[in-house]
Design a protein around this ligand. Structure first.
Ligand code: GLU
Length: 496
């Protein structure tokens, strides 16, 4: 058990309610960078107390997303650790014990009200100046709880098995202040907070109780999470005070905004063509290094012109001093730009397995050596590996020829020039890029035409379109036999 107070312990605490959101990965990454920068410990804790929203596959998705991004954790349900279990559903007893302690010490109480009765309370007190009446100091004595009912009645109800929750008794007039590593001094007033439910009628803890109990039990030193959790923090501070525990240091990361402004919601992201779940980034064939680099720079700036950071460099450079408070817009073009950068940095053999998956999806066969050549040829021209399938001529003879290109590029002498070139390259002792180019220039000279007069129809003949990678590099990758065959076929099909 770490006893050194300097030892950083942080946690990523996702709720398994769906596919991991890209914002969740940013939170995980920030926790990882902070932990590694300080030689600390990163914990993965699964917050699965909301059984209504629980999704069985979500935990596997979280693990897969983290490992795809290169984020390793030190303690987790899978790895175990000194504070196991790391799934909240397996820690129920400790929350029940904690709630009992609060009831015992008068910081919490039992409440037997039905949903209807709570709704009636709201209706009774709703007014223009009080649109959202609370269950709090002002109203709690009107309700059915262990503060308003006699001790006998409470025990009768408990024996009878009446449904009840445990609520935090929020005392008014308290300043709930804390220093956030990103936001500086933040203060809330307890008067604005109602008597939070800590244990639901099914006996399970709410997020607030379980989160605080676990952060304390797991000796978390820093809570790093998204800004959307900021309003929860005063409630957590009330709980830390009630338990008599010291709260961890807080850091609330700036919101990720959609290109049109507001918070990046599922809807606004969809509208902007931005994938929301990490699974979609994986499926869309993003380079994990690009996503990591991009996410790290959402809110954090390195204080220099440097833009490309490996995970190790991020660990080295990261600090909260350079994380801003303002929300940051998600710039998909920037992410694509990072993707191109990292794609270009990978060797063809590294990319072959992924390219093969993409090709197989559309039924394209290609041997490894050829695929490596194709990747080297196309790397500068694509943003994603999967774009290779957009150039089917790299893998099979064209089945038709783009009409506009034909009318523009296929002249009356094209058939002859293309077949002459096919004959010339068939004879080449060495099928190299240089030899291919020399042969073409020689043929152009012989016929008294510019090289373009042959280059354009040859490209059309081998690819069916009028744009693509450098022609001689392309011919070289296609191979002699395929080039010659394609040229003769085109001459026959397109004629004079
Ligand atoms: N379970 C919460 C979530 O889904 C954790 C929030 C926190 O980090 O406290 O994000």
């Amino acid at each position: 058990m770490p006893t050194n107070p300097e030892h950083v312990r942080v946690r990523f605490a996702p709720s398994p309610t769906g596919l991991l959101h890209i914002g969740g990965l940013r939170t995980a990454l920030t926790n990882y960078l902070f932990a590694r920068h300080h030689g600390g410990t990163l914990i993965l804790r699964i917050e699965d107390t909301d059984r209504a929203r629980f999704i069985e596959e979500a935990e596997a998705d979280i693990l897969h997303s983290l490992s795809w991004a290169g984020i390793t954790v030190d303690e987790s349900p899978q790895r175990g650790g000194p504070f196991e279990p790391y799934r909240q559903s397996e820690r129920s007893e400790s929350y029940a014990r904690a709630a009992a302690v609060l009831v015992e010490s008068g910081h919490a109480y039992l409440a037997f009200d039905s949903a209807d009765e709570i709704e009636q309370l709201r209706q009774r007190h709703r007014s223009e100046s009080n649109p959202n009446p609370r269950y709090d100091l002002e109203t709690r004595l009107e309700m059915k709880n262990s503060l308003s009912l006699s001790a006998e009645e409470v025990s009768v109800r408990l024996e009878r098995g009446d449904a009840h929750v445990v609520r935090l008794k929020v005392e008014p007039g308290q300043s709930l202040a804390f220093t956030d590593l990103i936001r500086g001094d933040v203060e809330f007033q307890s008067d604005t907070i109602d008597d939070q439910v800590l244990v639901k009628s099914d006996g399970l803890p709410t997020y607030h109780l379980a989160n605080v109990v676990d952060d304390h039990a797991m000796q978390i030193t820093h809570v790093i999470r998204g800004e959307e959790w900021l309003p929860s923090t005063p409630k957590h501070i009330l709980l830390y005070r009630a338990f008599g525990w010291t709260a961890p240091v807080m850091a609330h990361l700036p919101l990720i905004l959609s290109p049109s402004g507001g918070k990046l919601s599922k809807r606004s992201a969809e509208r902007a063509g931005i994938p929301v779940s990490v699974a979609e980034y994986i499926k869309s064939d993003y380079e994990p290094e690009a996503v990591v680099n991009f996410l790290a720079l959402l809110g954090w700036n390195p204080g220099s012109e440097k833009e490309f950071f490996t995970l190790e460099e991020l660990v080295e450079a990261f600090s909260f001093d350079r994380v801003g408070q303002a929300g940051i817009q998600f710039d998909l073009d920037k992410l694509k730009w990072f993707n191109e950068h990292y794609l270009r940095g990978k060797t063809a053999s590294e990319l072959v397995p992924r390219a093969r998956i993409e090709l197989e999806k559309v039924g394209i066969q290609c041997d490894n050596a050829r695929l490596e050549d194709v990747i080297d040829l196309m790397r500068e021209r694509i943003s994603f590996v999967k774009e290779l399938v957009n150039s089917p001529y790299l893998f099979a003879d064209p089945t038709d020829y783009d009409a506009r290109s034909v009318s523009k590029r296929w002249k009356e002498d094209s058939s002859k020039l293309v077949t002459d070139y096919a004959d010339a390259i068939a004879e080449l002792p060495e099928f190299t890029v240089e030899a291919l180019e020399e042969a073409l220039r020689a043929l152009a000279d012989e016929n008294g035409v510019g090289a373009g007069r042959i280059i354009h129809p040859v490209r059309l003949a081998v690819s069916g379109i009028s744009h693509g990678p450098g022609l001689f590099e392309l011919l070289h990758v296609l191979g002699k036999e395929s080039c010659v065959r394609r040229m003769f076929t085109a001459a026959e099909v397109l004629g004079e």
